[in-house]
Design a protein around this ligand. Structure first.
Ligand code: ATP
Ligand code: MG
Length: 383
């Protein structure tokens, strides 16, 4: 299970490490780097989907996503005695992302394209490593990529063998070199990373997919756009924790009941009304809360579920029920919540399993503050 996240050289995240709890809250003022952490996690999931370089290109290419400050920030620069300025680089330009748990760890290091590359804005994958256990070391490394070459360690004998010799700079070893004989753990890791689930700004406008009809088919996890909302709710009711779902709805809207329209869209019977309200009639906040219930109580649990600002358009009175819903969901998978809402953060702070990280900017760099011990040992694979 993922318990450590390390990011270096990505936007304002010059060098950060986050120990993830069952429920991790990331909060801070505008521009402190919250969404960048969300995106960094997404980029790691993109590795397993074979989309990493493409996603970085959509963010404006390596030059937009690389830390734009100096390689090192001296004490005098921090105190304002000398201006922020670049010095001669002592290490290569790199954007590094990694995570680890008790069982497996993975890290990727991207850098500038080779001279003469036809895709001058695309980053190249320089190094990747996969290892057993939390901290990368020589003895627990079992798969390594350097440039075009991938080496894999034989499980049976512990010997190294060459896996690939011609991996392209934008392809990851995670998607291209997992074979059944020597790359079984890599295969497992890839499937785990593919399962990470992200919800960002679930749409609730009048044309939102969640307001449209949808076929009622087996749906163990809500789609990112919420389009299969009623199918996801029906699946929870048939094969998931139906009681938790009804309690979460009742907690926020006492006396209300979520039903299904003939066309497979969501309806809601509310106290005092003679007929259920159709999806098109539900308020934005009501629809978003129902979507969050469906997302968080889905019977298929990912290793980690990441929510970006789930509180948006929710009335403050819904934040305590949302906190209880998040707490309930964190019993069965890791949850990361990026939130602006002090009230939501305060409501979640009572939960012993919660880790809260407050982000601040210092000389353009994101710094992490936490009451918990934030430190763990981390080693990046060397270039
Ligand atoms: N290449 C870069 N190098 C350094 N800093 C960058 C780079 N690109 C963006 N930033 C900074 O990172 C911050 C953007 O971070 P992000 O979008 O994660 O903030 P946020 O905490 O989500 O803010 P909000 O609450 O407004 O959504 C901005 O302050 C921006 O100045
Ligand atoms: Mg943001």
């Amino acid at each position: 299970m993922i318990s450590q996240l390390a990011i270096s050289g990505y936007r304002s995240l010059r060098d950060i490490r986050l120990p993830l709890g069952a429920l991790t809250i990331i909060t801070g003022a505008n521009g402190t780097g919250k969404s960048s952490i969300y995106r960094a996690l997404h980029l790691l999931a993109d590795v397993a989907q074979g989309r990493l370089v493409n996603s970085l290109a959509k963010e404006g290419g390596l030059h937009s996503t690389l830390w734009a400050g100096p390689e090192r920030i001296s004490h005098d620069m921090r105190t304002g005695r000398t201006p922020i300025q670049g010095t001669v680089r002592s290490s290569r330009v790199s954007l590094r992302l990694g995570f680890a748990g008790d069982d497996l760890g993975y890290a990727i290091d991207l850098g500038l394209p080779s001279p003469g590359s036809a895709f001058g804005l695309d980053p190249e994958i320089k190094v990747e490593a996969m290892w057993n256990g939390g901290l990368l070391g020589r003895s627990n490394l079992f798969a390594e990529r350097r440039g075009k070459m991938v080496r894999l360690r034989r499980i049976s004998t512990g010997e190294w063998r060459t896996g690939l010799e011609d991996l392209r700079p934008f392809d990851s070893m995670v998607t291209h070199s997992s074979d059944r004989e020597d790359g079984l753990e890599m295969l497992l890791m890839r499937e785990r990373m593919r399962n990470w689930r992200f919800y960002d700004s679930l749409r609730t406008d009048m044309d939102a997919p969640a307001r449209r009809p949808h076929i009622l088919t087996y749906t163990p996890a809500l789609a990112n756009d919420g389009s299969d909302l009623m199918a996801a709710i029906t699946t929870i009711r048939i094969m998931g924790d139906a009681q938790a779902f009804e309690e979460a709805i009742g907690d926020a809207f006492p006396g209300s009941w979520v039903g299904s329209g003939e066309d497979g869209s969501v309806t809601m019977q509310q106290r005092g009304l003679l007929r259920p309200l159709r999806a098109s009639e539900l308020s934005d906040g009501t629809l978003r809360y129902i979507m969050l219930c469906a997302a968080l109580l889905a019977p298929s649990k990912p290793e980690i579920l990441i929510l970006n600002e789930p509180e948006s358009s929710l009335h403050p009175s819904l934040l305590d029920p949302l906190a209880r819903l998040l707490t309930k969901a964190s019993e069965s998978c890791r949850i990361v919540v990026v939130s602006h809402s002090e009230r939501l953060v305060a409501a979640l702070a009572d939960n012993r399993a919660t880790r809260t990280f407050r982000l601040e900017k210092d000389c353009g760099e994101t710094r992490v503050h936490s009451d918990d011990d934030c430190h763990f040992r981390w080693t990046w694979p060397a270039r």
